[in-house]
Design a protein around this ligand. Sequence first.
Ligand code: PNS
Length: 164
Amino acid sequence: MSSIAVYPGSFDPITLGHIGVYRRALGLFDELHLLVVHNPSKTPTFGAEQRMELAKKSLIEAGVSLEKLRLGLLEDGLLVNYCKSIGATAIVKGFRTAADIEYELPMAQVNRDIASIETLFVPAEAGLGYVSSSLVKQVAELGGEIDRYVTQSVKTALDERFKS
Ligand code: PNS
């Protein structure tokens, strides 16, 4: 039986922090779905299709193998229902600080309660623990340097999005 996991998020846009988590979780599963999820509490900068495309391009640019990659989109409904529909038994989440764990832990517990899906927390890579999509967007919008936080594709997309 193959082991399947889902790495969900807004990925608006994907950062090198996300890519580090994806890369490190890869070795643990036979398939790792990168799932772009609509989060109703956020207004996205990029459309869902573009977020998926940027995620795939960025993984290629970062030299991550696509062999185990499956790209998905969840526009509404429960994450655990998506997991069940593809036979996934685990959710992968990255965390940067204790605040991330505090935010994620209740979701992990509820997901286990209602669907017996476990959550695996992968720590952010050293040096990327403070990177978030929203911070990167803010710096890009104000004309700052973001090369160390994102791939070239994402940088180009942000330049395009924020050009005046
Ligand atoms: O990158 P984000 O926006 O922090 O990701 C959060 C996300 C989208 C993964 C989370 O909000 C989620 O799992 N949404 C799916 C809906 C769902 O299953 N909600 C119940 C969680 S217990």
